[in-house]
Design a protein around this ligand. Sequence first.
Ligand SMILES: C[S@@+](CC[C@H](N)C(=O)[O-])C[C@H]1O[C@@H](n2cnc3c(N)ncnc32)[C@H](O)[C@@H]1O
Length: 277
Amino acid sequence: MTLSELQKKGESVLREAGVENYSNEARWLLESAFGINSSAILLNGSSPADVDKAENFLSMVRERAGGRPLQYILGRWDFYGREFAVGEGVLIPRPETEMLVDCALEYLRGRNNPTVIDLCAGSGCVGLTVAAEIPDSEVYLVEKYDEAFEYLKRNKELLGVNNAVLIKADVLDSGLVLPKADMILSNPPYIRSGEIPSLQAEVLREPLTALDAGEDGLVFYRAIAKLIRKYCSGAAAVECGENQAEDVAAILGNAHSLRDFNSIDRIVVTEGENDAF
Ligand SMILES: C[S@@+](CC[C@H](N)C(=O)[O-])C[C@H]1O[C@@H](n2cnc3c(N)ncnc32)[C@H](O)[C@@H]1O
Protein backbone atom coordinates (compact mmCIF):
# COMPACT_ATOMS: atom_id res chain seq x y z
CA MET A 1 0.00 0.00 0.00
CA THR A 2 1.11 3.57 -0.62
CA LEU A 3 1.00 6.31 2.03
CA SER A 4 -2.04 7.95 0.43
CA GLU A 5 -3.88 4.62 0.20
CA LEU A 6 -3.16 4.04 3.88
CA GLN A 7 -4.37 7.54 4.72
CA LYS A 8 -7.64 6.96 2.82
CA LYS A 9 -8.11 3.59 4.53
CA GLY A 10 -7.53 5.21 7.95
CA GLU A 11 -10.00 7.97 7.15
CA SER A 12 -12.69 5.53 6.11
CA VAL A 13 -12.25 3.30 9.22
CA LEU A 14 -12.41 6.32 11.52
CA ARG A 15 -15.38 7.86 9.69
CA GLU A 16 -17.32 4.60 9.97
CA ALA A 17 -16.49 4.44 13.67
CA GLY A 18 -18.06 7.91 14.08
CA VAL A 19 -14.85 9.86 14.73
CA GLU A 20 -15.87 13.44 13.96
CA ASN A 21 -12.44 14.76 13.01
CA TYR A 22 -11.57 11.59 11.03
CA SER A 23 -9.56 13.28 8.29
CA ASN A 24 -7.13 15.16 10.56
CA GLU A 25 -6.89 12.27 12.99
CA ALA A 26 -5.98 9.80 10.22
CA ARG A 27 -3.26 12.20 9.08
CA TRP A 28 -1.90 12.73 12.61
CA LEU A 29 -1.77 8.97 13.19
CA LEU A 30 0.00 8.48 9.86
CA GLU A 31 2.51 11.19 10.73
CA SER A 32 3.13 9.55 14.09
CA ALA A 33 3.43 5.97 12.76
CA PHE A 34 5.85 7.01 10.00
CA GLY A 35 7.65 9.75 11.91
CA ILE A 36 7.04 12.27 9.12
CA ASN A 37 5.16 15.55 8.71
CA SER A 38 2.21 16.36 6.44
CA SER A 39 4.32 17.75 3.60
CA ALA A 40 6.35 14.51 3.50
CA ILE A 41 3.06 12.59 3.23
CA LEU A 42 2.06 14.76 0.26
CA LEU A 43 5.48 14.45 -1.38
CA ASN A 44 5.76 10.67 -0.93
CA GLY A 45 2.06 9.81 -1.15
CA SER A 46 2.44 7.44 -4.08
CA SER A 47 5.54 5.58 -2.78
CA PRO A 48 5.05 2.11 -1.28
CA ALA A 49 4.92 2.34 2.52
CA ASP A 50 7.17 0.40 4.90
CA VAL A 51 5.20 -2.71 5.88
CA ASP A 52 5.90 -2.62 9.64
CA LYS A 53 5.06 1.08 9.89
CA ALA A 54 1.91 0.51 7.86
CA GLU A 55 0.83 -2.27 10.25
CA ASN A 56 1.57 -0.01 13.21
CA PHE A 57 -0.55 2.75 11.62
CA LEU A 58 -3.48 0.39 11.01
CA SER A 59 -3.34 -0.88 14.57
CA MET A 60 -3.38 2.75 15.85
CA VAL A 61 -6.41 3.39 13.64
CA ARG A 62 -8.16 0.32 15.08
CA GLU A 63 -7.47 1.51 18.63
CA ARG A 64 -8.88 4.91 17.79
CA ALA A 65 -11.94 3.38 16.16
CA GLY A 66 -12.40 1.41 19.40
CA GLY A 67 -12.67 4.66 21.36
CA ARG A 68 -9.16 5.12 22.77
CA PRO A 69 -8.42 8.85 22.93
CA LEU A 70 -6.21 10.07 20.09
CA GLN A 71 -3.83 11.75 22.54
CA TYR A 72 -3.16 8.48 24.39
CA ILE A 73 -2.44 6.69 21.10
CA LEU A 74 -0.04 9.42 20.00
CA GLY A 75 1.47 9.44 23.51
CA ARG A 76 1.92 13.20 23.43
CA TRP A 77 -0.14 16.36 23.18
CA ASP A 78 0.54 20.02 22.64
CA PHE A 79 -0.08 22.56 25.40
CA TYR A 80 0.95 26.20 25.14
CA GLY A 81 3.29 25.36 22.27
CA ARG A 82 5.13 22.53 24.01
CA GLU A 83 4.69 18.78 23.77
CA PHE A 84 3.68 16.84 26.88
CA ALA A 85 3.81 13.06 27.27
CA VAL A 86 0.34 11.67 28.00
CA GLY A 87 -1.22 8.24 28.39
CA GLU A 88 -3.66 6.26 30.52
CA GLY A 89 -3.43 7.52 34.09
CA VAL A 90 -3.07 11.22 33.34
CA LEU A 91 -5.57 13.87 32.23
CA ILE A 92 -5.14 15.10 28.66
CA PRO A 93 -4.26 18.83 28.73
CA ARG A 94 -7.20 20.93 27.49
CA PRO A 95 -6.96 24.15 25.46
CA GLU A 96 -9.06 26.16 27.97
CA THR A 97 -6.49 25.36 30.68
CA GLU A 98 -3.98 27.51 28.76
CA MET A 99 -5.87 30.47 30.26
CA LEU A 100 -4.39 29.59 33.66
CA VAL A 101 -0.93 30.03 32.17
CA ASP A 102 -1.97 33.35 30.58
CA CYS A 103 -3.14 34.55 34.03
CA ALA A 104 0.14 33.49 35.61
CA LEU A 105 2.32 35.14 32.98
CA GLU A 106 0.34 38.36 33.19
CA TYR A 107 0.42 38.49 36.99
CA LEU A 108 4.05 37.44 37.37
CA ARG A 109 5.48 39.66 34.62
CA GLY A 110 8.07 42.00 36.12
CA ARG A 111 8.31 40.15 39.46
CA ASN A 112 11.73 38.83 40.40
CA ASN A 113 12.20 35.17 41.27
CA PRO A 114 8.52 34.45 41.90
CA THR A 115 7.48 31.30 43.70
CA VAL A 116 4.50 29.53 42.16
CA ILE A 117 2.50 26.49 43.28
CA ASP A 118 0.51 24.27 40.89
CA LEU A 119 -1.92 22.10 42.88
CA CYS A 120 -3.28 18.90 41.27
CA ALA A 121 -0.58 19.10 38.64
CA GLY A 122 -1.29 15.94 36.55
CA SER A 123 0.88 16.04 33.41
CA GLY A 124 2.38 19.28 34.73
CA CYS A 125 1.08 21.22 31.75
CA VAL A 126 0.28 24.30 33.85
CA GLY A 127 3.19 24.46 36.30
CA LEU A 128 5.89 23.18 33.97
CA THR A 129 4.82 25.67 31.29
CA VAL A 130 5.09 28.51 33.81
CA ALA A 131 8.51 27.20 34.85
CA ALA A 132 9.62 27.15 31.20
CA GLU A 133 8.16 30.58 30.40
CA ILE A 134 9.59 32.25 33.54
CA PRO A 135 13.07 30.78 34.00
CA ASP A 136 13.78 32.77 37.18
CA SER A 137 10.64 31.40 38.88
CA GLU A 138 10.54 28.43 41.21
CA VAL A 139 7.48 26.28 40.62
CA TYR A 140 6.23 23.62 43.06
CA LEU A 141 3.92 21.04 41.50
CA VAL A 142 1.74 18.85 43.76
CA GLU A 143 0.23 15.58 42.54
CA LYS A 144 -1.09 12.66 44.58
CA TYR A 145 -1.39 9.70 42.23
CA ASP A 146 1.46 7.42 41.10
CA GLU A 147 0.60 7.18 37.41
CA ALA A 148 0.10 10.91 36.99
CA PHE A 149 3.25 11.58 39.00
CA GLU A 150 5.27 9.42 36.59
CA TYR A 151 4.08 11.62 33.71
CA LEU A 152 4.95 14.70 35.74
CA LYS A 153 8.53 13.47 36.15
CA ARG A 154 8.75 12.56 32.47
CA ASN A 155 7.43 15.92 31.34
CA LYS A 156 9.81 17.82 33.59
CA GLU A 157 12.62 16.00 31.80
CA LEU A 158 11.06 16.50 28.35
CA LEU A 159 10.75 20.25 28.89
CA GLY A 160 14.25 20.40 30.36
CA VAL A 161 13.23 22.74 33.19
CA ASN A 162 15.35 22.80 36.34
CA ASN A 163 13.25 25.32 38.27
CA ALA A 164 10.39 22.91 39.01
CA VAL A 165 10.04 20.95 42.24
CA LEU A 166 7.74 17.91 42.13
CA ILE A 167 5.88 17.03 45.32
CA LYS A 168 3.94 13.78 45.67
CA ALA A 169 1.26 14.72 48.16
CA ASP A 170 -2.46 15.00 48.86
CA VAL A 171 -3.96 18.46 48.42
CA LEU A 172 -6.86 17.43 50.69
CA ASP A 173 -4.48 16.55 53.53
CA SER A 174 -4.82 19.30 56.13
CA GLY A 175 -1.21 18.66 57.18
CA LEU A 176 0.22 19.51 53.73
CA VAL A 177 3.18 21.87 54.09
CA LEU A 178 4.14 24.14 51.19
CA PRO A 179 6.47 27.10 50.68
CA LYS A 180 5.13 30.67 50.72
CA ALA A 181 4.16 31.56 47.17
CA ASP A 182 3.50 34.61 45.03
CA MET A 183 0.88 32.70 43.10
CA ILE A 184 -1.15 29.53 43.40
CA LEU A 185 -2.60 27.89 40.30
CA SER A 186 -4.84 24.86 40.05
CA ASN A 187 -6.98 22.89 37.67
CA PRO A 188 -8.35 20.41 40.20
CA PRO A 189 -10.94 17.66 39.70
CA TYR A 190 -14.32 19.42 39.54
CA ILE A 191 -17.01 17.00 38.33
CA ARG A 192 -19.83 16.10 40.72
CA SER A 193 -19.70 12.36 41.51
CA GLY A 194 -23.29 11.94 40.32
CA GLU A 195 -22.44 13.40 36.88
CA ILE A 196 -19.56 11.01 36.18
CA PRO A 197 -21.69 8.25 34.58
CA SER A 198 -23.12 10.71 32.04
CA LEU A 199 -19.72 11.92 30.78
CA GLN A 200 -18.71 11.13 27.17
CA ALA A 201 -17.30 7.61 26.82
CA GLU A 202 -13.95 9.04 25.73
CA VAL A 203 -13.65 11.25 28.82
CA LEU A 204 -14.32 8.15 30.93
CA ARG A 205 -11.07 6.69 29.53
CA GLU A 206 -9.29 9.39 31.56
CA PRO A 207 -8.56 8.71 35.24
CA LEU A 208 -11.57 9.08 37.55
CA THR A 209 -9.20 10.49 40.14
CA ALA A 210 -8.64 13.47 37.81
CA LEU A 211 -12.36 14.13 37.44
CA ASP A 212 -14.33 13.19 40.57
CA ALA A 213 -14.72 16.03 43.04
CA GLY A 214 -17.28 14.66 45.46
CA GLU A 215 -20.98 15.19 45.86
CA ASP A 216 -21.09 18.90 45.01
CA GLY A 217 -17.94 19.04 42.83
CA LEU A 218 -16.36 21.64 45.10
CA VAL A 219 -14.33 19.62 47.60
CA PHE A 220 -10.98 20.64 46.09
CA TYR A 221 -11.80 24.36 46.01
CA ARG A 222 -12.46 24.34 49.77
CA ALA A 223 -9.05 22.77 50.40
CA ILE A 224 -7.36 25.07 47.89
CA ALA A 225 -8.94 28.15 49.53
CA LYS A 226 -7.34 27.13 52.84
CA LEU A 227 -3.96 26.63 51.15
CA ILE A 228 -4.25 30.03 49.46
CA ARG A 229 -4.93 31.72 52.81
CA LYS A 230 -2.03 29.90 54.41
CA TYR A 231 0.63 30.08 51.73
CA CYS A 232 -0.17 32.68 49.09
CA SER A 233 0.87 36.31 49.39
CA GLY A 234 -0.18 37.34 45.90
CA ALA A 235 -2.83 35.99 43.56
CA ALA A 236 -4.44 32.66 42.79
CA ALA A 237 -6.18 31.37 39.69
CA VAL A 238 -8.17 28.16 39.45
CA GLU A 239 -10.03 26.50 36.63
CA CYS A 240 -13.63 25.41 37.23
CA GLY A 241 -16.47 23.65 35.45
CA GLU A 242 -19.49 25.18 33.74
CA ASN A 243 -21.84 26.88 36.25
CA GLN A 244 -19.34 26.57 39.11
CA ALA A 245 -17.65 29.99 38.93
CA GLU A 246 -20.03 31.71 41.36
CA ASP A 247 -19.68 29.00 44.00
CA VAL A 248 -15.93 28.85 43.53
CA ALA A 249 -15.61 32.64 43.78
CA ALA A 250 -17.62 32.55 47.02
CA ILE A 251 -15.32 29.86 48.42
CA LEU A 252 -12.12 31.70 47.45
CA GLY A 253 -13.38 35.16 48.43
CA ASN A 254 -12.66 38.50 46.73
CA ALA A 255 -12.69 36.79 43.37
CA HIS A 256 -13.82 37.35 39.81
CA SER A 257 -14.12 35.01 36.87
CA LEU A 258 -12.82 34.99 33.30
CA ARG A 259 -14.66 33.52 30.33
CA ASP A 260 -13.17 30.97 27.96
CA PHE A 261 -13.56 30.90 24.15
CA ASN A 262 -16.99 29.26 24.58
CA SER A 263 -18.13 32.12 26.85
CA ILE A 264 -18.11 29.84 29.89
CA ASP A 265 -16.90 31.36 33.18
CA ARG A 266 -13.87 29.11 33.39
CA ILE A 267 -11.15 30.69 35.51
CA VAL A 268 -11.66 32.21 38.96
CA VAL A 269 -9.02 34.68 40.07
CA THR A 270 -8.50 36.03 43.54
CA GLU A 271 -6.01 38.72 44.42
CA GLY A 272 -5.32 40.57 47.66
CA GLU A 273 -7.60 41.16 50.64
CA ASN A 274 -7.74 37.49 51.55
CA ASP A 275 -6.92 36.77 55.20
CA ALA A 276 -3.27 36.37 54.37
CA PHE A 277 -2.79 39.43 52.15
C1 LIG B 1 -8.35 17.86 36.42
S1 LIG B 1 -6.80 17.05 36.57
C2 LIG B 1 -5.73 18.39 36.08
C3 LIG B 1 -4.35 17.99 35.70
C4 LIG B 1 -3.51 19.14 35.13
N1 LIG B 1 -3.36 20.20 36.12
C5 LIG B 1 -4.16 19.70 33.88
O1 LIG B 1 -4.61 20.85 33.92
O2 LIG B 1 -4.21 19.01 32.86
C6 LIG B 1 -6.61 16.98 38.33
C7 LIG B 1 -5.35 16.30 38.85
O3 LIG B 1 -5.42 16.28 40.28
C8 LIG B 1 -4.88 15.07 40.74
N2 LIG B 1 -5.45 14.82 42.08
C9 LIG B 1 -6.65 14.27 42.39
N3 LIG B 1 -6.82 14.24 43.71
C10 LIG B 1 -5.72 14.80 44.25
C11 LIG B 1 -5.32 15.06 45.60
N4 LIG B 1 -6.11 14.74 46.62
N5 LIG B 1 -4.13 15.65 45.82
C12 LIG B 1 -3.32 15.98 44.76
N6 LIG B 1 -3.63 15.75 43.48
C13 LIG B 1 -4.82 15.17 43.21
C14 LIG B 1 -5.30 14.06 39.70
O4 LIG B 1 -4.49 12.90 39.75
C15 LIG B 1 -5.14 14.86 38.42
O5 LIG B 1 -3.84 14.72 37.93
